[in-house]
Ligand binder design. Structure first.
Ligand code: EMZ
Length: 387
């Protein structure tokens, strides 16, 4: 098996019954595994709500470490749509030329720094730095702020030995509270200030609502970006020919990004809470229990994708659900796509090859399934392309 391979642990059960099961802190989850069912369930917000107790739709559940409702993520239509409309234009800024230019400068500089090193630990010294620096653009705040976030380490809710670390989560919440206070006193051109100036139902957003958007922005785009970046690096270490292709055919980079999101599925699943006794894929589920939409499984469904377990770098038809599906599709998707496009171009233009020395896989424990989602560490070297 290649280092960069992410096996699909769901195939057998997806074919057999379409529904998997996992326990999660005594609040079990029925995992919906087929592409068709995942999409159908995602649409049906009346029976499968996102507006449950804050943290409960996340797997693993965050109910014990979070009281703030993430917005618009933990809401249902029609209210969801009103909040989404407030934040959507801001989260489309990554499509603007000057944003892409700044991002390109950041990523080129990081690749250059990395080329100078004999060894780079790809998670802490590359992906985390890339994600944190890029986040300053998304928030439109000074670049220097990235160093604070880098000092928190890779996970905002997870520490070395605890999957859900309340103390660590509090660092983030306290930080966001302080930033909101600052923006109230001193409004600027940043995301906090934009949110504080926005109105819902003719009233300014409350501090708690602003916090809800900010916690989502920090938490939702951290592990996910880090996972996709590190998986991409490992993949390229074994597929030098893809770097070569990006150089010769830069027009395929957009497709390559979608394919990596499909194959790596950086967020394995997202939950919903059932509002009435019903069925998923012919399995009875009870009101007030949890189901999850397993994006990672749907993205390997052979009923939809030819050669689902292969990275087809220029895959033509790719209706993946790596960014979720329906009204809750990922708010940060434009930012994430732009990061990945810029990264693949920067690597193609400057890097001849990547050597991976050693690594440790990060395996998610999902009851009957164990899924590789990324790495705990990867020691590597980037070799310069001589032009
Ligand atoms: C939540 C979630 C959002 C959650 C799109 O996903 O991402 C997770 O990584 C966070 O822990 O709080 O933001």
């Amino acid at each position: 098996m290649q280092k960069s391979e992410l096996p699909d642990p769901f195939e057998e059960i997806r074919l057999k019954s379409g529904v998997g099961e996992m326990n999660d802190q005594d609040d079990p989850v029925k995992m919906v595994l087929r592409h068709k069912d995942v999409r159908k369930t995602a649409h049906n917000y009346k029976t499968f709500t996102s507006a449950a107790v804050p943290g409960r739709i996340v797997v693993p559940s965050e109910v014990n470490i979070r009281k703030t409702r993430q917005i618009p993520f933990e809401l249902d239509p029609p209210i969801h749509g009103v909040y989404r409309a407030i934040v959507e234009p801001w989260f489309k800024r990554p499509l603007q030329a000057d944003y892409a230019e700044k991002l390109t400068a950041q990523i080129n500089a990081l690749v250059e720094e990395t080329l100078e090193k004999d060894k780079v630990e790809v998670i802490e010294e590359f992906a985390l730095i890339l994600q944190s620096r890029a986040l300053t653009l998304l928030l439109n705040i000074p670049y220097e702020e990235a160093s604070t976030w880098i000092s928190w380490g890779t996970h905002v809710f997870r520490s070395e030995d605890t999957a859900l670390d309340g103390d660590k989560a509090n660092i983030l919440y306290d930080y966001i509270d302080k930033q909101i206070e600052k923006a109230i006193k001193n409004p600027g051109e940043d995301l906090y200030s934009m949110l504080l100036a926005s109105e819902f139902d003719g009233k300014k957003l409350t501090g708690e609502e602003v916090k809800g958007v900010m916690v989502l922005t920090f938490a939702g785009g951290r592990d996910t970006i880090i996972n996709v970046v590190t998986n991409a690096i490992t993949y390229l270490s074994e597929h030098q020919e893809s770097l070569e292709r990006f150089r010769k055919e830069p027009e395929i980079i957009g497709k390559a990004v979608e394919e990596m999101i499909r194959y790596f599925s950086p967020l394995t699943q997202m939950g919903r809470v059932v509002t009435e006794d019903t069925f998923v894929c012919e399995h009875a589920v009870k009101a007030d229990t949890r189901v999850s939409l397993c994006w990672a499984s749907a993205n390997r469904d052979a009923a939809v994708f030819e050669n689902p377990n292969e990275i087809v770098i220029d895959r033509k038809i790719n209706p993946h659900v790596g960014f979720g599906f329906s009204h809750h599709n990922c708010l940060g998707a434009s930012h994430a796509r732009q990061i990945m496009k810029v990264l693949l171009s920067a690597l193609a233009e400057n890097v001849a090859s990547i050597e991976v020395f050693d690594f440790k896989e990060n395996i998610e424990d999902l009851g009957e399934f164990k899924r590789k989602v990324g790495y705990d560490y990867i020691n590597a070297k980037f070799n310069r392309l001589t032009k």
